[in-house]
Design a protein. Structure first.
Ligand SMILES: C[S@@+](CC[C@H](N)C(=O)[O-])C[C@H]1O[C@@H](n2cnc3c(N)ncnc32)[C@H](O)[C@@H]1O
Length: 336
């Protein structure tokens, strides 16, 4: 069987597969097919056996005469419905990361943190079986959830993937040879703390991409990249995806959208000993100028946050942190 799961993405529905059912109101239900099992709602039930062996894209009618459309979930569907420890990178951002960080088949990629494994799955798909994805995650419980999620999706442990439980700064040097990594993807609170080790691991010209939730993190990591002096001028952006409502003459943007997920910032590793060309523009004031009060500009509020490490917590940047009880429950449910 191919470890990228291609067999699991084709052909008739088989026992053990996850199938997404859509009812006539567009409501989604995900079931795992098991012989003899039934899927119940308050309006009748249907037999899993009616789906096992049917082609992808079939319809099935339940005991009360309601019809469901049955489809194999795409990766984007799967990551949005899989069990979570940490918040996931949404498919729109995962697509941007794969393309803009130029993740190619056969690439050697380092990723941290792993969280729930959503981004890892897109990276594994892009590097393929001939590539390598070295992922690092501080929390063992999150790493377990991510590995279980990926195993359920690929049908087996992906041969290109190694997950190390530990902090990237401490663990990376022991796991990769200096200058051997093609691409690095950081989705964490404080990516600026990892720039030194990432710089040593990356090959000259290698790409670093960071996904951060707030503008304050974006600014801090951009300044750290510039100060390090071994990176190209960073470029940053966000992507907004607005779905469209398509019904008769009512063809218009949907009323609801995800207004904000995160910012992306990329830079490339310069060759050893090379200093970046001088920037033509005079850089604006940074946090340190403001915090120290030096050369104070009356137009700049002094209350801007300083750069002390304790301030960068998930709560401080408005992230919802799952309780330990909840994470234990998710871990139990996916690892059995
Ligand atoms: C938002 S989550 C990552 C979500 C993941 N990209 C996904 O799509 O499912 C951020 C993770 O980074 C981990 N983390 C933060 N700093 C880290 C570090 N220095 N080394 C390793 N993991 C780190 C956290 O424990 C957390 O699980």
């Amino acid at each position: 069987m191919s470890a990228t799961g291609s067999e699991l993405r084709r052909g008739p529905f088989a026992e053990g597969e996850r199938v997404q059912l859509t009812d006539s109101k567009g409501r989604l239900h995900t079931i795992t097919l098991a012989p003899g099992k039934q899927f119940h709602t308050h309006r009748g039930y249907l037999q899993h056996d009616d789906l096992i062996g049917s082609p992808d894209g079939s319809t099935v009618t339940n005991t009360a005469g309601f019809q469901y459309l049955a489809l194999r979930p795409l990766l984007a569907d799967y990551v949005m419905s899989m069990p979570r420890g940490a918040a996931v990178v949404y498919p729109k951002d995962a697509g941007q990361i794969v393309t803009m960080a130029d993740i190619f088949p056969g690439a050697v990629v380092v990723e941290a943190g792993v969280g729930s494994g959503a981004l890892s799955m897109s990276l594994l798909r892009a590097v393929g079986e001939s590539g390598r994805l070295h992922s690092f995650e501080r929390r063992e419980d999150f790493a377990d959830i991510a590995m279980a999620n990926a195993r359920a999706y690929f049908g087996t442990d992906h041969p290109a993937w190694t997950v190390t439980v530990g902090d990237l700064v401490e663990s990376l040097p022991g796991h990769v040879e200096p200058g051997s990594v093609d691409r690095v993807v950081l989705d964490m609170l404080a990516p600026w703390e990892c720039l030194d080790v990432v710089g040593q691991a990356l090959t000259p010209g290698g790409v670093l991409i960071c996904y951060v939730a707030t503008a304050t993190q974006l600014s801090k990591v951009a300044e750290a990249m510039r100060d390090a002096g071994e990176w190209t001028e960073p470029s940053a952006w966000e992507s907004l995806v607005r779905g469209w409502h398509l019904e008769g003459l009512a063809v218009r943007p949907q009323h609801r959208m995800h207004g904000h997920t995160g910012f992306l910032i990329t830079t490339r590793r310069l060759a050893p000993g090379v200093t970046p060309p001088l920037r033509k523009r005079r850089p604006g004031k940074g946090y340190d100028d403001v915090a120290s009060g030096a050369d104070a500009d009356p137009g700049v509020p002094e209350a801007l946050p300083g750069a002390s490490a304790e301030e960068w917590t998930p709560e401080a940047i408005g992230e919802r942190v799952p309780s330990d009880k909840r994470v234990r429950k998710v871990r139990r449910s996916v690892t059995g």
